[in-house]
Design a protein around this ligand. Sequence first.
Ligand SMILES: Nc1nc2c(c(=O)[nH]1)N[C@H]1C(S)=C(S)[C@@H](COP(=O)(O)O)O[C@H]1N2
Ligand SMILES: [Mo]
Length: 233
Amino acid sequence: MADKDDDRFKALFEGQPGSVLGEQKSKLTETKEQWAREKRQPQTRRTDGGGRLPPGQHLSKDWPVLDLGQHPLIPTDQWVMKVAGAVGRPLTLDWEAFLALPQAETTSDIHCVTSWSTFDNRWGGVLVKTLAEAADLRPEAAFAVLHCHDGYTTNLPLDHFLADGSLIVHSWNGEPLTREHGGPARAVVPSLYFWKSAKWLRQITFLEKDAPGFWETRGYHNLGDPWKQQRYG
Ligand SMILES: Nc1nc2c(c(=O)[nH]1)N[C@H]1C(S)=C(S)[C@@H](COP(=O)(O)O)O[C@H]1N2
Ligand SMILES: [Mo]
């Protein structure tokens, strides 16, 4: 059963149309920035989940859609993803080349900073590690910034981004990843809050120095480890 807090979150995230990363801030962005300033913790304190729920999280039955409001449409025959920055061999992958890389299947949990979690998501895609090897990642690289088709960006350190569970996925529970969840392809980084898992991914840039992304420059924690409740900076 949804409690009052869930309803508030839901009301804010549902039916918020379009405008985003321009001069004009969406109401949702302002609200989330406000929460970040207040270092707002969720009111929910459920304890189900058998130790798999990080503090302050609750289990959600379905998978909510959360983003800045634009859902870019990228047909797979036009899809291109770049791997750039601190690499010896920059990559420009089309869909065919992406699917020709060694494929992986993983199962992991999602923990969103707005307090919902879902268990046992089955992902199909390419491990970030595999991409890094294909691009001949330079040893001095320590961070990545993910660039998306809706203008969103997020940054993360390579110990999380290159971890075994991190991948660029094209499928969820055996089906192609839907557009609303970031299809054709998105990042999944299960060791961090889900805002780090960039939807509609268009470029991975490896860096020697960190470069905070969209939410990280708007009051969210720079790392975002759910087990340490690193919600806000
Ligand atoms: N491109 C892009 N990726 C994004 C976002 C976004 O606005 N744009 N929002 C992030 C946030 S805050 C969350 S919680 C998750 C939500 O993913 P979902 O809609 O598949 O649940 O996507 C993350 N990745
Ligand atoms: Mo989020």
